[in-house]
Design a protein around this ligand. Structure first.
Ligand SMILES: [Zn+2]
Length: 282
């Protein structure tokens, strides 16, 4: 892996840059670059956490068995998704005109404008803001639903990752996985089994967003940043270990992408319904 050139420091503790799809794509992978020799040339696959040119291993939606995750694919474009379905009722592109040409809506260019959240007027609007910090009651309720779904999802994801890590390392199904911290594992179990919505911390903000974007991360992202981020580090360590042919991680990719797609759709609709109730829908 090459060194991260820029932008690495602020990622785990704040909203990732999400203006522009390329910027957002890079921020989800922490601007980490893998050189071609790291990208599975010899064995045909790379760890889930390895981003880089030509790598599809880290890009979970690309490993699914179909492409029908429209909310997830929209959200991965960054904040421009807020001007399009499912965050609006309409799609960008209107029905074809009399000449058979599909024409963009009049406000097509507005999708790149940075805007304050129209629900709370306190922070720039983004999926990160809705998933983590929007104080609007409608979004707080949506966030409680998100976590009610996220905790069992994360428990299941963790179990699947353990199994895939053992397959990667060719370990007995019950064997402990080397490299996982016992203290981190205890803290992970505690968070995943705690009742209700976990308190908002840099770590839970990070987990909510990267899980919603179906983007695996390397353990170093959580290891190099205070405060202690045991759950993010545990998942990161497993993403670093799991390196299998694509066919063997497709079930994981489908499971993760399905969850993320449904939860992004739910957040989008909660926001849209609230905007419509106020007469402010785009
Ligand atoms: Zn807000």
């Amino acid at each position: 892996m090459g060194d991260p050139p820029v932008g690495f420091d602020s990622i785990p503790t704040g909203p990732p840059p999400a203006m522009g799809s390329l910027n957002h794509f890079r921020s989800l992978s922490f601007w980490l670059h893998a050189v071609p020799r790291d990208l599975g040339d010899r064995v045909g696959h790379t760890p889930l956490s390895t981003p880089g040119p030509g790598s599809s291993s880290w890009n979970i939606p690309s490993l699914t068995t179909d492409a029908r995750r429209p909310s997830l694919l929209a959200a991965r474009q960054g904040t421009q998704c807020l001007s399009n379905w499912p965050f609006t009722r309409e799609r960008y592109i209107a029905a074809p005109n009399a000449d058979g040409l599909a024409i963009p809506r009049q406000n097509y260019g507005d999708r790149f404008a940075a805007r304050l959240c129209r629900l709370c007027n306190s922070e720039q609007e983004s999926v990160y803001h809705f998933a983590n910090s929007c104080p609007c009651p409608a979004m707080q309720a949506a966030r409680a639903d998100l976590w009610a779904s996220a905790l069992p999802f994360m428990r299941d994801l963790l179990g699947r990752l353990h199994e895939l890590a053992r397959r990667t390392l060719r370990l007995h199904p019950q064997a402990p996985i080397p490299g996982l911290s016992a203290a981190d594992s205890v803290a992970t179990v505690q968070l995943l089994n705690a009742p209700g919505t976990p308190p908002r911390t840099p770590e839970t903000n990070f987990l909510a967003y990267w899980l919603l974007m179906a983007a695996p991360w390397p353990a170093r992202v959580a290891s190099e940043h205070a405060p202690w981020q045991p759950v993010a580090r545990t998942f990161g360590a497993l993403f670093d270990i799991v390196s299998l042919p694509h066919s063997r991680v497709r079930d994981l990719a489908n499971f993760w992408s399905n969850w993320a797609d449904k939860r992004i759709f739910a957040l989008a609709r909660a926001r849209l319904i609230e905007l419509e109730a106020r007469g402010e829908a785009a």
